[in-house]
Structures are given as C-alpha cells and as structure tokens.
Design a protein around this ligand. Structure first.
Ligand code: NAG
Ligand code: NAG
Length: 138
C-alpha cells in the first residue's frame, strides 16, 4: 500500500515536473557556438559559446550569452507577424539607407552554411549548431 502510494506520487512528480520550473528553466542544455561576422566594416570575427534548451528557441541562447559575456549584446525590434527581428549586434545596427542588416546563418554540425528561413524568435537550434550573425548589405 505504501509502495503503491510512493509509485503514484513519483508518477505524479514526473507528470507535474514541467510545471515546477516556473521560469521555463529547462534541465538539459545543449551547446551552441555563435559567430559575429561583420562583412561591412570588417571587424574581426567574435565567437561565443552558449547553450540552448531542448526544443528551445535561438533568442533564449542569445540571452544566455548576453548574461555570460559582457561583450555580447543585441537588440531587437518586434514585428507583429514575424516576432523579434534582430536590429543590432554588439552596438552595430542595420540601416535601411545604407542597405545593411544582420543576416541569420546556420551551420549544422558537419553541414553547409544555410540562410535561416525564420527569425531568432522562431529558430529552434540543434545541438552543436554554429549560428552566424552576418552583417551584410542587400
Ligand atoms: C568569420 O566567420 C565566417 C563565418 O563563419 C567565416 O566564413 C570567415 O572565414 C571568418 N573569418 C575569419 C577571418 O576567420
Ligand atoms: C542610417 O544611415 C544614414 C546615412 O549614413 C544616417 O544618416 C542615419 O542616421 C542612419 N540611421 C540610423 C537609424 O542609424
């Protein structure tokens, strides 16, 4: 009887567990590398290591990097339809007059670099993805 109760309680724990992390802090984190690649003003690349939760979104990993490194920062604007849009990285802002913007590139582990077809608020990285923020012109 006591055993059955204990089993029931532990089962309830696993069912309720996701609700126990009120700030959405997941238990398992996966490594990611991010490179800031400026092809317009040609500053040297900067590389940062960060982590993403299982099925977590890229912007979460970017916030984590922002806390970890005092030389990584970014700003976003909010688009009603597409969500957060990357406006600046490390103080450098895209500019419509100068036709500059931050392009989001993804290099999967052992894969080719691809242009992400969604923004930082929607992209769900795979473990060991290399994320490239490329400052470029259109
Ligand atoms: C900077 O990073 C980009 C993207 O990963 C890479 O293609 C380029 O070769 C790097 N430049 C240098 C000087 O390492
Ligand atoms: C964009 O660039 C133009 C031309 O260099 C400059 O006058 C303007 O202030 C810039 N806009 C922003 C929002 O930085």
């Amino acid at each position: 009887m006591a055993l059955a109760m204990a089993l029931l309680l532990s089962a309830a724990f696993f069912i309720l567990a996701p609700g126990i992390f009120p700030k959405g802090e997941a238990t398992t984190l996966y490594p990611l590398t991010m490179t800031v690649y400026d092809t317009v003003t040609n500053k040297p690349n900067k590389t940062y290591s960060t982590e993403v939760a299982y099925r977590g979104i890229l912007i979460g990993a970017m916030q984590r990097a922002k806390k970890k490194y005092n030389n990584f920062r970014f700003t976003t604007t909010y688009n009603l339809d597409y969500g957060p849009f990357l406006e600046s990285v490390n103080g450098l802002k895209g500019n419509t007059t100068q036709h500059t913007y931050w392009q989001l590139l993804i290099q999967p582990k052992n894969g080719m670099v691809i242009v992400a077809d969604v923004g930082i608020g929607c992209y769900i990285p795979d473990p060991d993805d290399h994320i490239i923020f490329k400052f470029t012109k259109w």
